[in-house]
Each structure stands twice: as C-alpha cells, then as structure tokens.
Design a protein around this ligand. Structure first.
Ligand code: TYM
Length: 320
C-alpha cells in the first residue's frame, strides 16, 4: 500500500496541521510505503518572497522530522525536486472541466480573503491531483478541509482513464481521522492561520501559555458547574489525553468550584509535556542542518525515479 501526503511551507505549523495530518501520517509510515512531501510549488500561490519560502521549507523539514517522520521508513522530499509532477498536472488540466474547479471551496475562500485570483490558485487542485496520481497512491491522510480536493483528484483520474485507458491512474482514498478532522482554534472555528486562531507547534513555553489563556469561554462563575461538552478547552485536551484523563477533566467541569483559568493551565501543561521530547529533537536537528538536507536529497532521488516511471507510461498513453 502506498501512502502519500503533502503540506505547504507557508509559515509556522499549528496544532491543526499536526493532529490532522502529521501525526496520522507518522503513524501510517509503519503500514505501507509512505511518501511525504513539502508542497512548495503549491506555496507559490500565496508566498511571494523567495527568502521566506526557502526558510519556511527548511523549517518544515525540521518540524516534520522532529515530530517523528522516520526517513528510514518514509520517503521525504520537496515537491519541486520532482518537476515531472508539473508535466502530469498539465496533462490532467487537459481533461479537467472548468466547472469542476469552479466548484472548489478553497479557491472561493482564498480569493474572498484577498488572495490574488491567479491561474495557479485556480488550478491548485489539478497540481494536487498530479501529486497524488504520479506516485500511484492508495491512501492520502489529510484533514477535512482537503476532502473536496481528494474528490476532485478521483474525478480527474477517472476522466483521464476514460480517455486514455482503464487503470492507467489509480484512484486514491482519503484517510480523514474523525477525531482530528477539523481541530478547533482558540475561538472554536477550525484552526487556521487565516483566522488568526492558531496554536503553533513550536510556540515557546511562555507564548504557548499566553495563547491557551486566550481560548474563548463563557462567563460561568468559578463556583458554578460548567458544561464540558461545548468547551474548546476540553475539545483540545481530549486530542492529547487518554480517555480516562478526559473523563476526569469533564467531571471537574461538572463539579464546579474551579475556574476556566485552572482548566486552561491543565491544558497548557498537557500540550507542553506532549511536545517536550519533540522540542528536544527539533533543537538537535537545528544544530545539524545537513541531516535534513541529506534526507530530502535521498527522498528526492527515490520519489523522482518513481515519478519518471509513471511519466513514461503516461507519455506513451497520451501519444507522445
Ligand atoms: P495545508 O498545508 O493547508 O495543510 C496540511 C494538512 O493539515 C491539515 N489541517 C488540518 N487538519 C485538521 N484540523 C485543522 N484545523 C487543520 N488545518 C490544516 C490539512 O487538512 C492538511 O492535510 N493542499 C494541501 C497540500 C497538498 C497535498 C497534496 C496534500 C498538496 N498536494 C497531495 C495531500 C496530497 C494543503 O494545502 O495542506
């Protein structure tokens, strides 16, 4: 089974990225041949400063490795080190109806937030389809916000196969973990950089605490019982805690006598402790920058050889 996913280097990673995609992807690296990449071609749709892009890519590599991506198990590479993917994207473009892309939420969302409506932004899902299809991927671990892109990928693959030959491209299946499909941010909306409600992965301890203290709560007084089910504190806590720990926290909510500040402190400690080892690994990797470069170099070599083989088959099929 081949597992594939990508993440854009467009700034600091947050808990939504971590829980929605990185953690499941890292778990899946034991279950098949995993291919994970830094989606830097995609980032060109929003990141216009070359130095920023270089630095985000470098940071993302260190972050993913620190979180547990094991280069002995998974192929880890930069999307732009495999330029064949843009050739496939062009071929897929030629079977993709405009209407399919016009229906995509992410284009509408991004342009409504003021991002330039470039052709690249519009065609973004086609490049994403090429990413997935060029590696004959079976399974794609992502968050809920990528579900439509996976549907588009399947549609495009089917159209391509209808035109050029059955079974030419493999139809992938999304893997969306229900508990972390849409991780809430500080205000309860989906955690997203564009909503300004994120908790970053490698937030320094003080800043992390400050952010967590900003989580939106209601005005129930300290003594009164509180409803755990609607609380964003509980929603985040349960993503890091065991079922027993979550049940215990919920009991404390219902019992009353403790304020939201106390519960936020408990959440802060949980998240801080979860990332303690990961922070250490991140520091070690930072001090040996050549290691990440080496991993990406090997990854690119491996990914590119697979992509080239696919393109031989596809080029012949379209009549080149
Ligand atoms: P990107 O970089 O926006 O996000 C990376 C991953 O993080 C997930 N995610 C979340 N999951 C749960 N809750 C949240 N609040 C949350 N916020 C972000 C996203 O769902 C995603 O899985 N188009 C992709 C990158 C990409 C790709 C691919 C992915 C390019 N080619 C091929 C898979 C396969 C993107 O922009 O992800």
């Amino acid at each position: 089974m081949r597992i594939l996913s990508g993440i854009q280097p467009s700034g600091r990673l947050h808990l939504g990225n971590y829980l929605g995609m990185m953690q499941p992807a890292i778990q899946l690296q034991d279950e098949g041949e995993a291919y994970y990449f830094i989606a830097d071609y995609h980032s060109l749709t929003t990141t216009t400063d070359p130095e920023a892009l270089r630095s985000y890519s470098k940071d993302l590599a260190l972050d993913f490795l620190a979180c547990g991506l094991d280069p002995g198990k998974a192929v880890f590479f930069r999307q732009s080190d495999v330029p064949e993917v843009t050739e496939l994207a062009w071929m897929l473009s030629c079977v993709t109806p405009m209407g399919l892309l016009e229906r995509c939420h992410s284009f509408k969302d991004k342009t409504s937030r003021g991002i330039a409506a470039s052709h690249g932004l519009f065609a973004y899902p086609v490049l994403m389809a090429a990413d997935i299809l060029i590696y004959d991927s079976d399974l794609v671990p992502v968050g809920q916000d990528q579900k439509q892109h996976l549907e588009v990928t399947r549609d495009i693959a089917q159209k391509f196969n209808d035109r050029y030959g059955d079974g030419l491209l493999k139809l992938p299946t999304p893997r969306i973990r229900s508990e972390t499909a849409a991780v809430p941010g500080l205000d309860g909306q989906k955690m997203s950089k564009s909503y300004g409600n994120t908790i970053d992965l490698f937030e320094p301890e003080k800043a992390l605490r400050k952010k967590i203290m900003r989580i939106v709560t209601d005005s129930t007084p300290v003594e009164a019982p509180k409803d755990p089910d609607g609380s964003y504190i509980v929603q985040l806590y349960q993503l890091f805690a065991t079922a027993e720990e979550t049940a215990a926290l919920k009991d404390q909510f219902r019992a009353g006598g403790r304020g939201y500040g106390d519960f936020k402190q408990i959440l802060f400690e949980k998240i801080r402790d979860h990332f303690a080892g990961i922070r250490e690994s991140r520091l070690e990797l930072e001090n040996q920058p050549w290691k990440a470069e080496e991993v990406l170099h090997h990854g690119a070599h491996k990914a590119r050889s697979v992509a080239r083989m696919t393109m031989e088959r596809i080029r012949a099929a379209v009549g080149f």
